[in-house]
Design a protein around this ligand. Structure first.
Ligand SMILES: Nc1ncnc2c1ncn2[C@@H]1O[C@H](COP(=O)(O)OP(=O)(O)OP(=O)(O)O)[C@@H](O)[C@H]1O
Length: 308
């Protein structure tokens, strides 16, 4: 299933001047970008930004009003059935075959793609649901259903995988297991396009991310470049019981001093000098340093309070 997957075959996705409106709402308003083969690409932005509309156009589930989309070298609209075995789709409202167990559901999905039971079992194992093989789909928890939905998108080993908030209902352990699994899939050379509201997740997994706001891509780069571009200061947190704000204000390199809960917080662009000075006054093992993250980029770009 990996035909046309060499570098010579062009990008996995190329979107150019895409527009889509629902009445007066410009859900996608002039979007252009390219996703390279083998890339893990994140689409980020607040609720209603246009992410799902954009992804559904790439998946061939919606038509665009204007602009062009190429997916694995083909146009997904009008519906191109030759693309279906080559892409895997997990949506926020995945459907299951009712009255089947988790294993039976996946075996059915696998059979639809001409894959065998062994592959269905492998995929169940991949998402950590082997011990739920005999559980009815209806009796799975929300997070387990979500893992089954992801497995359904992976059974046929597609070249390109679309994931819409894949870890939304997962507990922290399941989320980290899924990250590991997605990293593994990526090393197999598959392309992954993923939306998420978890900035830590995007920072940890994505090669590049596109921030979408009001239907437009307002930033697109690697998470590290976006964070660097903020040029944000470092925050040093020390228990106030060990260093009071008054003591902190006198320290070399401290730009600003505040208190947060039980901590004195020093904002600085000379973290080495501040730590050296703090080390002379208190135990450094109780000191935490915080540098900017993709969440800070989100707040800067969208100008909104982040809500997971
Ligand atoms: N079928 C539809 N009919 C009318 N308006 C729609 C439809 N689907 C989406 N919209 C509107 O288009 C805009 C973009 O919606 P979209 O679902 O693409 O955003 P999103 O970024 O995926 O949001 P979320 O993070 O909440 O999933 C919103 O204003 C939404 O209300």
């Amino acid at each position: 299933m990996k035909e046309d997957s060499g570098p010579a075959a062009g990008p996995a996705i190329a979107v150019e001047g895409l527009h889509k409106s629902y009445g007066d709402v410009h859900a996608v308003n002039g979007v252009s970008f390219t996703v390279e083969r083998g890339e893990f690409f994140g689409v980020l932005g607040p609720n209603g930004a246009g992410k799902t509309t954009l992804i559904e156009i790439m998946e061939g589930l919606r038509s665009a009003d204007s602009g062009s989309v190429s997916v694995l070298g083909r146009s997904p609209w009008p519906r191109d059935t030759s693309l279906l075995p080559r892409i895997g789709v997990q949506t926020q409202a995945s459907a299951f075959f009712v009255r089947l167990t988790a294993a039976e559901h996946l075996e059915t999905v696998a059979a639809l793609y001409g894959r065998d039971r062994k592959r269905a079992r492998e995929t169940l194992e991949l998402v950590g649901l082997t011990d739920k093989a005999k559980t009815l789909v209806d009796d799975l928890s929300g997070g387990q259903k979500q893992r089954l939905a992801i497995a359904s998108a992976l059974t046929h080993e597609p070249e390109l995988i679309f994931l819409d908030e894949p870890t939304a209902a997962l507990d922290p352990q399941a989320r980290r297991n899924l990250w590991e699994m997605l990293r593994e899939i990526r090393t197999e050379g598959r392309t992954i396009v993923c939306t998420t509201h978890h900035m830590e997740e995007a920072e940890s997994l994505c090669d590049r991310v596109a921030f979408v706001r009001a239907g437009e891509v307002i930033a697109l780069d690697t998470p590290a470049s976006l964070v660097r571009g903020l040029n944000a200061p470092t925050r040093v947190l020390i228990p106030t019981a060990q260093l009071t704000p008054e003591q902190a204000k006198g320290l070399e390199g401290a730009d600003e001093v505040a208190t947060e809960g039980l901590s004195t917080v020093i904002t600085t662009r000379a973290v080495g000098r501040v730590l050296a000075a703090v080390g002379g006054l208190t135990e450094l093992q109780d000191v935490q340093t915080r540098t900017a993250t993709l969440e800070d980029v989100y707040l800067e770009l969208t100008g909104t309070e982040y809500q997971a």
